[in-house]
Ligand binder design. Structure first.
Ligand code: TK8
Length: 341
């Protein structure tokens, strides 16, 4: 009997050793500290936009902090495609990492519709706190169902309206205006509620559409209105700030999971630090962009506060549609509770 007990003990020990030795892929990965990992980055924005600087900062940080184990290649100016194409490429693994406005990503995971609810965040600091908090993280984690690792949020910003027809001094001025929207049902519903005529279109086609008059106007944060020169075909700029759109930074999940834990932390820390840096650049850029548009002789007005309040009232059905598209109002309720903290 004693022999049998000893045999079982040896067997148990060997299984345990193998278990924590061979199967422990972390140790194997850790041991292979000479392995180089190449991150192929696709960016949908032009090099003059601070999101490009965000990627440059990310690259500096990961190459420095990985002792050369992480190499990068940055394909900027949407040469590998816009939001949707790049997100599909990250999903397939043909591109390792990208950023996209959250709105097109709602077509991959419906929880991203949350960010197309108008007037969700009263200011930047609230947006940053909520995005970097538990609700923002929950939305990022939902991307896992699409084979994507959500890494964090950088800033696109509060959206303003440009058009070639007239200043928007009251909501009625939007009536019948052909406005390009992002390819996102909730975004389109918001503009319908305000009496405009929404046309969904990829970002890369917007300038030509404005120039040819296919659409009368579009809406984007000032930095993009400047970097993509929408103020040239669109003489009128109305500062409405009706939606805060984040950029979501994403990575192919299989690639991320194959990184040793220490390099996963290097990537996550670099996305966070580069994001803080990019957010600061955006605050500066917004002032510069407004000056450029002013110097170009555009007609600029602020949507009056009472009109913004009317917009908030008009948007209530959009919140209901958002809950319908997302399957419930739970995430909306959670996010609004975070906003109010
Ligand atoms: C840039 C887009 C842009 C977005 C849009 O790729 O499509 O209007 O606001 O920032 O993501």
């Amino acid at each position: 009997f004693k022999k049998l007990a000893a045999f079982v003990a040896v067997m148990m020990m060997s299984v345990l050793l193998v278990g924590c030795g061979g199967g422990g892929t972390q140790e194997e990965k850790q041991a292979d500290s000479n392995k180089v990992y190449n991150i192929k980055i696709g960016s949908p924005v032009v090099e003059t936009h601070p999101a490009h600087d965000g990627f440059l900062k990310f690259i500096e940080l990961v190459e420095k902090n990985s002792n050369g184990q992480i190499k990068t290649e940055l394909h900027a100016n949407a040469v590998l495609g816009g939001d949707r194409e790049l997100t599909e490429a990250v999903q397939m693994g043909t591109v390792t990492m990208n950023l996209s406005s959250t709105s097109p990503v709602a077509n991959f995971d419906k929880s991203f519709y949350i960010f197309d609810l108008p007037f969700l965040f009263p200011d930047r600091d609230t947006a940053y706190r909520v995005l970097d908090g538990p609700v923002g993280q929950k939305v990022l984690d939902n991307l896992s169902s699409q084979g994507i690792k959500g890494l964090g949020y950088w800033e696109n910003g509060f959206r303003n309206i440009t058009n070639s027809k007239r200043s928007i001094n009251k909501i009625e001025d939007l009536k019948g205006l052909k406005i390009r929207t992002m390819e996102n049902q909730l975004h389109m519903a918001a503009w319908k509620e305000m009496g405009a005529n929404p046309t969904p279109m990829a970002f890369g086609e917007v300038y030509t559409a404005l120039q040819q008059g296919t659409v009368d106007g579009q809406e984007n944060p000032l930095a993009l209105i400047d970097s993509n020169k929408f103020y040239e075909p669109n003489k009128y700029l109305t500062m409405s700030g009706h939606i805060y759109t984040p950029f979501v930074v994403m990575m192919n999940e299989k690639f991320f999971n194959e990184l040793p834990e220490d390099l996963q932390k290097v990537v996550l820390d670099a996305v966070k630090e580069a994001g803080d840096y990019q957010r600061q650049l955006m605050i500066e850029q917004e002032k510069k962009s407004l000056q450029i548009i002013t110097d170009n002789g555009n007609v600029i007005n602020e949507l009056p506060a009472e009109e913004k309040e009317k917009m908030v009232e008009l948007m209530k059905p959009v919140y209901d549609k958002g809950a319908e598209l997302m399957g419930s109002s739970q995430l909306i309720d959670e996010l609004l509770a975070e906003v109010k903290k």
